[in-house]
Design a protein around this ligand. Structure first.
Ligand SMILES: *[C@@H]1O[C@H](CO)[C@@H](O)[C@H](O)[C@H]1NC(C)=O
Ligand SMILES: *[C@@H]1O[C@H](CO)[C@@H](O)[C@H](O)[C@H]1NC(C)=O
Ligand SMILES: [Cu+2]
Length: 260
């Protein structure tokens, strides 16, 4: 569940959503086990490196900050999705299943599900020297997206917008090769070390002419800390949100976005 403070402030919205959707959504946590591209919808854990839990991740500086819980190594091999540089792919959301270990769940994508918490999203990429299933993500990472609040009022990814996926565009000049693509949604909190992270990584092979020189680069763990501006916002906004440039121009922590 989210934190009581937020639930108090969000009670009207929450009640409204629960009434609309029945009671399945009482838990609020989620993961991104599906890969979406145009009309294509993957199976669960077909291209996404499995994680064992969809609980909120507070491990900002540990190994699980890379690709989620127990995903430093591939728990089991997944396929690599081929995508042309310049195109957009999505990470489809799933609520908790009833599996004790989420990597064992098999239920298909449900497009009426949506990302439950409000907050920004980021994406990073790291090129694998060989097979992605053998890659532990210890190479360089660069950031390709930071999605905040484009209207300066509400996070683009908020329950009110009923988004079923996090969508990111692979920069057009990304050098061809095999990459871990790390997607992250934050439930930003005003309290130190209370921001929730929801992270998954896809295995992708980028095709195209390349030509870009991605950077600046960073490492996982280590790209950002719980204390960094943008991870913990002392003035984090609840509903109703107010317009502040800080929110509109949210860039998150970690390196600057490389757009190719
Ligand atoms: C995200 O991408 C998926 C798959 O291409 C698409 O179905 C969905 O409409 C996209 N969402 C947004 C908000 O663009
Ligand atoms: C990570 O995997 C271990 C071993 O399977 C398991 O005991 C632990 O609960 C997992 N961690 C999470 C957060 O799911
Ligand atoms: Cu929650």
């Amino acid at each position: 569940m989210a934190f009581p403070l937020q639930h108090t402030a969000n009670r009207a919205l929450l009640l409204c959503l629960l009434l609309l959707q029945g009671v399945q959504h009482v838990e609020g946590h989620y993961g991104f086990p599906f890969l979406l591209k145009d009309e294509f919808v993957s199976e669960r854990w077909e291209y996404i490196r499995p994680t064992t839990s969809f609980a909120p991740n507070f491990d900002y500086s540990g190994p699980d900050s890379m690709c989620g819980f127990n995903a430093t190594k591939a728990i089991f091999p997944v396929k690599t999705f081929t995508v042309a540089a310049g195109s957009t792919i999505g990470f489809g959301v799933s609520d908790y299943t009833n599996a004790a270990d989420e990597s064992k769940a098999t239920a298909p994508f449900q497009s009426h599900r949506h990302i439950w918490h409000q907050g920004p999203a980021t994406a990073y990429m790291s090129k694998a020297p060989g097979d992605l299933n053998d890659y532990e993500g210890d190479g360089d990472w660069f950031k390709i997206a930071a999605v905040g609040a484009s209207d300066g009022l509400t996070w683009d990814y908020s329950p009110a917008n009923l988004r079923h996926s996090l969508n990111f565009t692979i920069p057009a000049t990304t050098p061809p090769g095999k990459y871990l693509l790390r997607a992250e949604h934050f439930n930003i909190q005003p309290d130190y070390k209370q921001t929730q992270m929801y992270i998954n990584c896809a295995h992708i092979e980028v095709t195209g002419p390349g030509g870009g020189n991605p950077g600046p680069v960073t490492k996982f763990p280590g790209a950002f800390r719980a204390t960094d501006p943008g991870i913990w916002l002392a003035n984090a906004l609840w509903y109703p949100v107010r317009p502040v440039e800080e929110l509109k121009n949210w860039q998150g922590a970690g390196p600057k976005v490389w757009t190719g």
